[in-house]
Design a protein around this ligand. Structure first.
Ligand code: ATP
Length: 574
């Protein structure tokens, strides 16, 4: 895991060098201070007041150097930590952009977000802590141990007993605490998700009167979080007094064993002072090491999760050598079968058809029959498991990515807009669109009528999750974004479902009149939406079971006839 982070940290070589130098200085000064203190005590005992001032100045200077070195170290450690985290986040984000739908679904979007935010944050903390404590712990531990032993060698056993006790307590308390921290993090994620889901679905919660149930669910989680927090508090509660007790005992025992000699040997007083100081430093070093290993365990877990993202091979890549070209609107499926990644079940089975540029194709069939799946293969959101998909007589596996993106516009079932302005969203369909392009596209999508009512028209804000637009308005904007680039192939996946019949008709007429050369695939629940299509494809259980004009299908396809008759009967009832 550390190997994975080295290239990222390596970018901050200079800062690493400074962090190491400053931390070494800070550690050495804290080892030096007890020695100086020892000399001060000695000078007092010897009544050598003339030594007091230089010694006092030395003590202050050393302490100041330690302080400044520690502060500078924190700055460098923070720089390495935040820099590494920022680079990791950027690299991860870049990597995720190369992912196919399949890659993303395998991780789940929620998990990818956590891996780009929370996990990166954990790595930042561990890198920072590492460069703040790296070297400090071994220098302090070994240095203080050696100095304590050389100061009062007779008391070696006090050191040994204290080290054993501190190690046992540190391990005994920090290991369950680490587990509790892990649980705490998971529960926090769960609580956050719950709050997010509740707020996003606030309309459903309110309309189904679910506030109470939601509160109960939230409270249960919250209580669990509180319990864990209390347990962590208990452990901390034990830890600190336990260390203090060990420290005080060690000091008391040392005093008892040395006191007798102080009368005969006054140098013992100074030695005892510095010995006690070193004892405390040894204890600090062990506790610091314990906390570091706890942080490290969490940091390593997060690094693993980030590494998983970075090591994933995008399962759909475009040929970088393919030349950019203008693709025509001819679309061909040649014996295409498809199963979603990680799923055995075939959702498309041996589908073949040829569509000519400018044709309008209606796609109908029962829910789950594979209409959206078929549509998603045209902009190559997935590769077929078997068979070949061609746009403009080019196999999509060999086509240039930009050419395909320009050629195929896919207006999805669920209209998704991005926060920003209306114009920003339309420009996603054509990055250099001018106001005339926007007006033309909005006219086609019957969106101009509501956009132009705003004072700021195309500069009107789109709020987060496009909350300030109705379902129908979102669909119109999403269609406008689809048509603005004058694509060779336009796919409307149930994109007019929230439009009234009149608007839907107007959109279709506008598309017919203004985009005559664009091939159109229109997925629709209602046959009335595609009745005028040049051909209608009928899907059933992933198979293309019939194709033809409305008239032909009514005459030849029992499945189509049944759908049509049912919908007609429904219209009469309505
Ligand atoms: N991302 C996915 N992962 C796994 N299975 C999926 C995924 N998306 C769809 N499916 C499955 O594929 C089948 C076809 O779904 P598809 O969305 O293509 O149907 P559809 O005809 O467009 O349905 P609808 O009219 O309800 O939109 C369904 O059984 C569905 O459960």
């Amino acid at each position: 895991m550390v190997k994975f982070l080295i290239p990222y940290i390596g970018k901050y070589k200079k800062d690493v060098v400074w962090a190491v130098i400053t931390i070494t200085i800070a550690a050495v000064t804290s080892l030096w201070q007890p020695k100086l203190l020892q000399q001060v005590v000695q000078a007092i005992a010897d009544d050598k007041m003339n030594l007091m001032i230089p010694l006092g100045i030395q003590l202050i200077v050393v302490a100041l150097i330690g302080l400044v070195a520690g502060a500078i170290n924190t700055i460098f450690a923070a720089k390495i930590g935040t820099g590494t985290a920022a680079d990791l986040r950027a690299a991860e984000y870049k990597k995720v952009q190369t992912f196919s739908f399949g890659n993303i679904e395998r991780f789940s979007t929620g998990s990818l977000v956590v891996r780009m935010t929370n996990d990166v944050q954990q790595v930042q903390t561990i890198v920072m802590v590492f460069f703040q404590s790296l070297l400090r712990v071994p220098i302090l531990f070994i240095g203080a141990l050696v100095l304590a032993l050389t100061t009062l060698p007779r008391l070696w056993w006090v050191i040994l007993v204290m080290v054993i006790l501190v190690v046992v307590i540190t391990m005994g308390v920090l290991s369950p605490m680490g587990k509790l921290f892990g649980k705490f993090q998971n529960l926090l994620d769960k609580t956050n998700n719950m709050a997010k889901e509740n707020l996003q679905g606030v309309r459903v919660v309110k309309s189904f009167n679910q506030e109470h149930n939601e509160e109960v669910r939230f409270d249960a989680n919250s209580k669990e979080l509180t319990d864990i927090n209390i347990k962590i508090g208990y452990l901390f509660g034990i830890l600190m007094p336990a260390f203090m007790l060990i420290g005080e005992l060690a000091i008391a025992v040392s005093i008892i064993f040395v006191a007798r000699n102080i009368v005969s040997d006054p140098t013992m007083l100074g030695a005892l002072t510095s010995f006690v100081n070193y004892l405390m430093q040894i204890m600090n070093a062990i506790v610091m090491a314990g906390f570091m290993s706890m942080f490290a365990a969490r940091g390593i877990e997060s690094t693993k999760r980030i590494k998983e993202v970075m090591d994933t091979k995008p399962d759909l890549t475009f040929d970088a050598n393919a030349a950019e070209e203008k693709l025509s609107g001819d679309v061909e499926f040649d014996h295409v079968s498809f199963a979603y990644p990680g799923d055995e079940h075939e959702v498309l089975k041996d589908v073949s058809f040829k569509v000519k540029q400018g044709e309008m194709i209606g796609l109908v069939g029962a829910t789950g029959s594979g209409k959206s799946t078929l549509a998603q293969l045209i902009p190559r959101l997935y590769d077929p498991t078997d068979g070949v998909v061609e746009v403009g007589h080019e196999n999509l596996k060999k086509v240039n990515e930009k050419s395909l993106r320009k050629a195929v516009a896919f207006v999805q079932q669920k209209a998704i807009l991005f926060s920003g302005k209306i114009s920003d969203n339309l420009k996603q369909g054509k990055f250099d669109a001018d106001s005339a392009d926007m007006k033309h596209a909005a006219d086609m999508a019957q969106a101009a009528e509501f956009i132009e009512k705003y004072d700021d028209q195309y500069e009107h804000e789109v709020e987060e999750r496009s909350a300030n637009f109705s379902g129908g308005q979102k669909q119109r904007l999403s269609i406008a974004r689809g048509v603005i680039g004058n694509p060779s192939v336009l796919i409307l996946d149930d994109s007019t479902s929230a439009l009234d019949a009149r608007s839907e008709k107007l959109v279709q007429e506008a598309l017919e009149a203004d985009l005559p050369d664009t091939t159109k695939f229109v997925i629709a629940e209602k046959i009335s939406s595609v009745i005028k299509a040049d051909r209608i494809f009928v899907m059933q259980d992933g198979e293309l079971i019939a194709a033809g004009t409305h008239r032909e299908l009514v005459a030849s396809s029992p499945v189509y006839r049944e759908i049509y008759e049912t919908q007609k009967a429904q219209e009469v009832i309505d």
